[in-house]
Design a binder for this molecule. Structure first.
Ligand code: ATP
Ligand code: MN
Length: 479
C-alpha cells in the first residue's frame, strides 16, 4: 500500500524511472489527446502532474476512472518520472495506472473553488488543511516546533512537562477555566430546594463543597507553566516547556485564543540581559529556520499572503532588536499622543496601538521594552532598586505587538513575600514557590513565547484562528 511521498519524488532527477504515489486531486484538465491531473499529498507545497497521453494509448478502464475523478478524489498512481515539456513544472509522471481510493462528489465536496474565504474555511476546519494556505501553515507550524526544540536542545536546555491541571494561578489574575467533576446541575437543584427566598450569596456558595470535588479543592487549566518550570530551572539550570495553555479571556481579537501553545524557557543564573539575548537569538533562529528550510511555503506566503514578507523577516534576522526601557518608550510615545485613542503616560499599560507605533512607526523593527511599572506586571518579577519598576521585558514586533513576555524573577524571599501580600494573594497558595527562595535561591529569568503569535509573524497571516488547527475562542469550539 505505502507509496513514495510527492516531496521525495519532486526532489528526484527525472530519468524515466518508475514511481508510485498517492494523494488528493486538486485539478483535472482534459484537452483532446492529453489529460492532466494535479495531485497533492500535503508533504510539500507543490502538486505533482500526472499526464495521460491518448496518442500513446489510454485503456478503457483508465478512461472510465478519469471520468469519475473530480477535485478532492483520492488516488494512487503508478508511472514513469520524466522531464516535463510543459511550463510550470520541471517533472511529470507519465501515468500508466491510476486507481480511485475515495470519490469526492462535486455536488457536495465543499472545497470546489480555488479561492475560498478564510471565514468559509474556518467553518470547514476539518477539510481546510487540504488547501494551499492551510497546508503551508500546518507545515510551518510543524517546522517551528521542530526548530524550537533544536534551539534549546543544542544549548543544553532540558525539556520539562509542566502540568495542564493546576491549583495555582500563575499570573495571580484570574481568567481561568475551572476543572471540576462536581455535578453543577445537582448543585443548582439543591440551591433551589434549599429555598430561594433571599438566600445570601455566601450561603449559596457554601452549598459547593470543594472537598468533594475531584482534587479536594478548586482546580483549573493552566495559564502558564512558568512557576513549575522555575522549580526545574532551580535544579537543572536551563529548561523549557512547550505545551498548551488556557485563558478564559473574553477578548474576541485576532491575536487571542482561549487555548494556545506557549514555549517557556527558564534559566537559572541568568539576569535580564541574558534573558533578552536569549529571546532575541531565539526569534532569529526561528525566522532563519523558516527562511532557509521552508522556502517553498515561505514563497507562497510572500506572494499571496503578505507581500515583501521574506525581505522583512530577512532584515529582522540580520539586524539588532531595539532595547528600550518602558520609561523611555513612554517618553517617545507621548510625543505622538495625537495619534492614539488611549494617550500614553507613565504608568499606563501599553496598548496594542502603542506597541505597534513603537515597532512600525518609530523604530521599524522588533523592540524589547524593559523595566515596566510594577503595578502593571505580575508579582514574581524582580523589583528594581527604584522600588517602582520591575525587571520585565516584552518583545514587540511590527504588525503584531507583543510576541514574548518575560522577566528576571524575584529571588529574594522577603521581597517576594511582600509582593504576594501587597497584591492580596495568599502566601500559603505559593508555599512551594516561596520555598525556591528559601533553599539555595539563585538569580533566574525566563520568558514565554506565544507559539501562534510567532506563527502569525512568520506566515504573515492576520487571524490567530488560522494558525492553529482547531481554534478555541469565546463561543467557538465546534470541531
Ligand atoms: P497580551 O497583552 O497580548 O494579552 P499577555 O501580557 O497576556 O499578552 P503573557 O501573559 O506575557 O501575555 O503571555 C506570554 C505570551 O503568550 C504573550 O507574549 C503572547 O505571545 C502569548 N499570549 C498571551 N495570551 C494569549 C492568548 N490569549 N492567545 C494567544 N497567545 C497569547
Ligand atoms: Mn493577555
Amino acid at each position: 500500500m505505502k507509496t513514495e511521498l510527492i516531496r521525495n519524488i519532486l526532489s528526484l532527477k527525472a530519468e524515466n524511472q518508475p514511481v508510485e504515489l498517492s494523494g488528493w486531486v486538486r485539478t483535472k484538465r482534459d484537452s483532446k489527446n492529453l489529460v492532466f491531473l494535479q495531485v497533492n499529498d500535503g508533504s510539500c507545497f507543490s502538486s505533482i502532474q500526472l499526464t495521460f497521453d491518448r496518442e500513446k494509448g489510454i485503456s478503457p478502464e483508465t478512461e472510465d476512472t478519469l471520468k469519475k475523478i473530480t477535485t478532492g478524489t483520492s488516488v494512487v498512481a503508478k508511472g514513469i518520472l520524466t522531464v516535463s515539456p510543459g511550463k510550470g513544472q520541471a517533472v511529470e509522471v507519465l501515468t500508466e495506472n491510476i486507481k480511485i481510493l475515495g470519490e469526492a462528489p462535486a455536488e457536495t465536496y465543499p472545497l470546489q473553488k480555488k479561492n475560498h474565504t478564510f471565514e468559509f474555511l474556518r467553518e470547514n476546519a476539518h477539510l481546510r488543511a487540504r488547501t494551499n494556505t492551510f497546508g503551508a501553515v500546518a507545515r510551518i507550524r510543524s517546522q517551528m516546533a521542530y526548530a524550537l526544540h533544536t534551539f534549546f536542545q543544542e544549548q543544553g536546555f532540558q525539556y520539562v512537562h509542566t502540568p495542564i491541571i493546576t491549583t495555582s494561578d500563575a499570573e495571580g489574575a484570574g481568567e481561568m477555566f475551572q476543572v471540576t467533576t462536581l455535578d453543577l446541575k445537582a448543585l443548582a437543584e439543591k440551591a433551589v430546594s434549599a429555598g430561594n427566598k433571599g438566600m445570601q450569596p455566601e450561603k449559596a456558595a457554601s452549598l459547593i463543597d470543594y472537598s468533594k470535588d475531584f482534587f479536594g479543592k478548586p482546580a483549573n487549566l493552566t495559564v502558564s507553566g512558568q512557576l513549575e518550570a522555575e522549580t526545574y530551572a532551580t535544579a537543572l539550570s536551563r529548561v523549557y516547556t512547550f505545551g498548551p495553555t488556557f485563558r478564559a479571556e473574553n477578548s474576541n481579537t485576532t491575536r487571542h485564543l482561549a487555548e494556545f501553545w506557549m514555549c517557556e524557557p527558564e534559566m537559572a543564573f541568568y539576569d535580564l540581559k541574558d534573558n533578552m539575548d536569549t529571546a532575541e537569538a531565539f526569534v532569529k533562529h526561528l525566522l532563519n529556520w523558516a527562511l532557509t528550510k521552508c522556502r517553498e511555503d515561505m514563497e507562497f506566503f510572500d506572494q499571496r499572503i503578505q507581500k515583501g514578507l521574506i525581505e522583512t523577516l530577512t532584515n529582522v534576522v540580520n539586524s539588532e532588536f531595539i532595547r528600550i526601557t518602558y520609561t523611555d518608550a513612554v517618553k517617545e510615545l507621548e510625543k505622538h499622543n495625537g495619534n492614539f485613542e488611549f494617550k500614553a503616560y507613565w504608568g499606563c499599560d501599553l496598548q496594542s496601538e502603542h506597541e505597534r507605533y513603537l515597532t512600525e512607526q518609530i523604530f521599524k523593527k522588533p523592540v524589547i521594552v524593559t523595566d515596566y511599572p510594577k503595578e502593571i506586571k505580575a508579582f514574581y518579577m524582580k523589583l528594581n532598586e527604584d522600588g517602582k519598576t520591575v525587571r520585565a521585558m516584552d518583545v514587540l514586533v511590527p504588525g503584531l505587538g507583543e510576541i514574548i513576555g518575560g522577566s528576571q524573577r524575584e529571588e529574594s524571599y522577603d521581597k517576594l513575600l511582600s509582593r504576594i501580600t501587597e497584591l492580596g494573594l495568599k502566601p500559603e497558595d505559593y508555599w512551594w514557590y516561596l520555598d525556591l527562595r528559601k533553599f539555595g535561591s539563585v538569580p533566574h529569568s525566563g520568558f514565554g513565547l506565544g507559539f501562534e503569535r510567532l506563527l502569525l509573524y512568520v506566515t504573515g497571516m492576520s487571524n490567530i484562528r488560522d494558525v492553529i488547527p482547531y481554534p478555541r475562542a469565546p463561543k467557538l469550539a465546534d470541531f
